[in-house]
Design a protein around this ligand. Structure first.
Ligand code: SF4
Ligand code: SF4
Length: 320
């Protein structure tokens, strides 16, 4: 049996909605098949007021063992570092988080806000938001870069806006079943099993990427979204085309560019006008290249790919 406590800071509840839709395994499976005891969750907990405060104090004092502490949303520090803009159970949420992280065997941050600050931490960041162990790319965040939970691991980051439900439940199962040692984390503390490959891995538009055939409208089933519509699939670490959403599809399969939501910089360019759904270019060449590709090689490759593209590459093969 592993006790799990889930709290929410500066959040839209999107990751909770995602979590409750998990299928492999589902939230019910966590409880019935994998021995996870959900002590409290904002949408599932039944304790209120003094009962909830008691539950939290029991975790902090050690009376109730806290195996897994899950946090969704940013740490809100405003105003002036006090955290009073986000009060919970009678005190600033960040004070609960600090004390709970100190006693938890494992700390898991779910979604961009909890991992890296996400949308609330966009400039000018009026809520003084930060992630548990990062602020965007900067290591440190609320807990500091040297933080390790009692089991000796840093915060396990499962980013995304929201995170895919099965990324969340599968990592919770690994931790609850004593397999946390099998997790290897990348430099942004994301489990490599999910975040080593790219959104582009498994994208149905890869041949159009290779032949430089561009999608020009949202929802169009032909072409690749990288050349005009700002797809970040080649630069984004996610398994969105390997572990499909609703077991059915992904953004790029549906004709919507990947926004790079699993990367610490999300939302890129702080959503400045003209930067969303639009490839940023210099003299027609995308400013951001797939990792490992240099601009000169890219120009040569795409010129010859375009010239070599077969006629069918420009046709809409999905209409019949
Ligand atoms: S649509 Fe995006 S993810 Fe798919 S092949 Fe093009 S650039 Fe890659
Ligand atoms: S396709 Fe891109 S923006 Fe969409 S969920 Fe996956 S990583 Fe995030």
């Amino acid at each position: 049996m592993a006790n799990l406590l889930w709290l929410q800071g500066g959040a839209c509840s999107g990751n909770t909605m995602s979590f409750l839709n998990a299928e492999e395994p589902s939230v019910c499976d966590l409880v019935t098949d994998f021995g996870i005891n959900i002590l409290w969750h904002p949408s599932l907990g039944i304790e209120l007021g003094d009962q909830l405060k008691q539950l939290l104090h029991d975790c902090i004092s050690g009376k109730t063992k806290l195996d897994i502490f899950v946090f969704e949303g940013t740490i809100v520090n405003a105003p002036n570092g006090t955290g009073h803009w986000n009060r919970f159970a009678g005190r600033p949420m960040k004070e609960w988080v600090k004390e709970l992280c100190a006693v938890a065997d494992f700390v898991v941050a779910i979604g961009d806000c909890a991992t890296y600050g996400g949308i609330p931490a966009m400039a000018p960041n009026p809520s003084q938001s930060e992630g548990l162990q990062f602020l965007k790319r900067n290591h440190g965040g609320f807990l500091g870069k040297d933080f390790k939970s009692k089991a000796g691991l840093p915060v396990i980051n499962i980013p995304g806006c929201p995170a895919h439900p099965d990324w969340v439940t599968q990592i919770l199962v690994a931790v609850a079943c004593g397999r946390a040692g099998d997790l290897t984390l990348d430099q942004f503390q994301r489990p490599k099993t999910f975040f080593q490959s790219f959104t582009q891995t498994g994208c149905t538009r890869n041949m159009h990427f290779a032949y430089k055939v561009s999608t020009t409208e949202f929802g169009q089933r032909n072409g690749c979204l990288y050349y005009d519509l700002g797809c970040r699939g080649p630069m984004t670490h996610s398994p969105c085309n390997r572990i499909l959403w609703n077991r059915q599809s992904s953004k790029t399969r549906a004709g919507m560019p990947c926004l790079g939501c699993t990367e610490p910089e999300f939302p890129f360019f702080d959503l400045a006008p003209g930067t969303v759904f639009k490839t940023q270019t210099v003299m027609g060449v995308p400013k951001e290249m797939p990792p490992g590709m240099d601009k000169m090689r890219y120009i040569k490759l795409t010129a010859s790919a375009k010239a070599a593209a077969p006629a069918w590459a420009e046709e809409d093969m999905f209409v019949v």
